[in-house]
Write a protein that binds this ligand. Structure first.
Ligand code: NAD
Length: 488
């Protein structure tokens, strides 16, 4: 059994208790994890608070912070295979995805390394005589970063990179269901040479770790990725300190295919949108909205591809489709699909048992054209279930696409440029991909509308989320100040 420790104030430690991590492909415990409860959480926050105010971090120039981040990026790249191994073991995500994703995570750190000394204030052309006025971008303070179980290294990089570039300090909480990649990443933080306490990495459970962390008076910003229900807890917790929050939540993203679309391309992108990562992706294109006239043709192309998907052991490079992360998640998906079918939807493929020991659930497609309000069309499942609804015309497609409380991502497939613009502008969605899907970049802002959250990760916008503006006024006149009872 492998074992993993907490990383607090630059030291590795055993925490308050231990728990076991389960391999979702085998259902076997494989790692012993140090757990943070109130005592360890409080020490981590105090360490981050001391580091934020301490000379070792405050005294560094922004360029020097950037150099540390650049070193961290190199270390992530050098250790990508080992980090991918852990992510695959702990989450069941296939190794061909985790290897590629973690190698790319290094580029996120590089991007924020480069941004560290480019977060500039402004000199204002102020409307007052004998006055200079300028703004400074200052770090917001101690950040609590709460990470879900899927894509731990990616979803933490989009918080750690910009927060450190801005000059903040952090406590990163890895998800209890797959904590090992982040706990192993802590070694790289130590090796890169960040001063103690600047980036602490812990794990633990929602109440005993997450709530203690997000209500701690020294925390100024909570950067959260996870589900909307947990987000509500987080926002209530933030009320203690009135701390800032940025929330990256789930989605029920529409994948819209018009009659003039390239159906080959749309079918490939739809498979990527819903069956990559076994559908456990916040941007999963889980609602296929398709023009009535091409529905059957597109479904036929999807079926051809679904039948060829290689289901297998996640550590095998040939595998395209692995298990879900937890038994609870598998049961929830099975129940929602069963309920959707009871509500009158038609099973196209999937929803069968897979003869493997892990938490496997097959690629599933359900035709909900006659039941557009069915359970699987409305709720995020976070799994490999595609709900298909056909539409009559463009207005109908837009109405269906926006008929959701979420608003994270959308795909639009059409050869008509004017239509692509019209539809894109009408969608209430933080990201729109036109004739493509599931693309990300460190340069591109990412985030949602509505129940998909607020705030943006990626790009300069993410770095600015971790800063606050100070406005400085300087009087340049040597004359005495006049009437004290008039605001000037
Ligand atoms: P989750 O909301 O159950 O848990 C996320 C994290 O919150 C975990 O670390 C958990 O321990 C912690 N937590 C739980 N209760 C807490 C509390 N009271 N206070 C503080 N922290 C608490 O989510 P999950 O099941 O791990 O991940 C799946 C969800 O994440 C899905 O809804 C998915 O769409 C979403 N997600 C969103 C994005 C995005 O970028 N928008 C990316 C990936 C996943």
């Amino acid at each position: 059994m492998e074992s993993f420790k907490l990383f607090i104030n630059g030291e590795f430690e055993n925490g308050s208790a231990t728990f076991l991590s389960i391999n979702p492909a085998t259902r076997q415990p494989w790692a012993e994890i140090a757990e943070a409860r109130a005592d360890a959480v409080n020490r981590a926050v105090e360490a981050a608070h001391r580091a934020f105010h301490g000379a070792a971090w405050r005294g560094l120039t922004a360029t020097a912070r950037g150099k540390l981040l650049m070193r961290l990026a190199d270390l992530v790249e050098q250790n990508a295979d080992e980090l991918a191994r852990l992510e695959t073991l702990d989450t069941g995500k296939i190794i061909r995805e985790t290897r590629a994703q973690i190698a790319y995570v290094a580029d996120y750190y590089r991007y924020y390394a480069g941004l560290a000394d480019k977060m500039e204030g402004r000199v204002l052309s102020i409307d007052k005589a004998d006055t200079e006025t300028w703004t400074r971008r200052e770090p917001v303070g101690v950040v609590a970063a709460i990470i879900p179980w899927n894509s731990q290294l990616f979803l933490s990089a989009v918080k750690i990179g910009p927060a450190l570039a801005a000059g903040c300090t952090l406590i990163v909480k890895a998800a209890e269901s797959a904590p090992t990649p982040l706990l192993a990443f802590a070694r790289l933080v130590a090796e890169a040479g960040f001063p103690p306490g600047v980036c602490n990495i812990i794990t633990g459970f929602g109440e005993s770790c997450g709530t203690v962390l997000t209500t701690h008076p020294a925390v100024s910003h909570i950067a959260f990725t996870g589900g909307p229900e947990t987000a509500r807890h987080i926002v209530r917790n933030s009320a203690e300190n009135l701390s800032k929050t940025s929330l990256e939540l789930g989605g029920k993203s529409p994948f819209i295919v018009f009659e003039d679309a390239d159906l080959e391309s749309a079918a490939n992108a739809q498979v990527a949108a819903i069956f990559a990562a076994s559908g456990q992706s916040c941007v999963a294109g889980s609602r296929l909205l398709v023009a009535e006239s091409v529905k059957e043709a597109l479904l036929a192309k999807l079926m051809e591809r679904v039948q060829r998907i290689v289901i297998g052991a996640p550590e095998d490079m040939q595998t395209q489709f692995g298990p879900l992360c937890t038994q609870q998640q598998k049961e929830r998906i099975q129940n929602v699909v069963a309920k959707t079918l009871e509500q009158g939807a038609k099973l196209v493929t999937g929803h069968y048992d897979i003869d493997r020991p892990g938490f496997y659930y097959p690629p599933t497609i359900i035709d909900c054209s006659n039941t557009p309000q069915a359970e699987s069309v409305i709720n995020e499942l976070f799994g490999p279930v595609l709900s298909v609804v056909s539409f009559r015309d463009e207005a109908d497609a837009i109405r269906l696409a926006n008929n959701t409380a979420y608003g994270l991502a959308a795909g639009v497939f059409t050869q008509n440029l004017a239509r692509a613009h019209r539809v894109t502008n009408a969608l209430r969605s933080g990201v729109v991909w036109i004739n493509t899907y599931r693309m990300v970049s460190p340069l591109a802002p990412f985030g949602g509308y509505g129940l998909s959250g607020h705030g943006r990760e990626g790009g300069m916008e993410a770095a600015l989320e971790f800063t606050t503006t100070k406005t400085v006024w300087l009087r340049t006149s040597d004359e005495p100040i006049g009437d004290p009872f008039v605001m000037r």
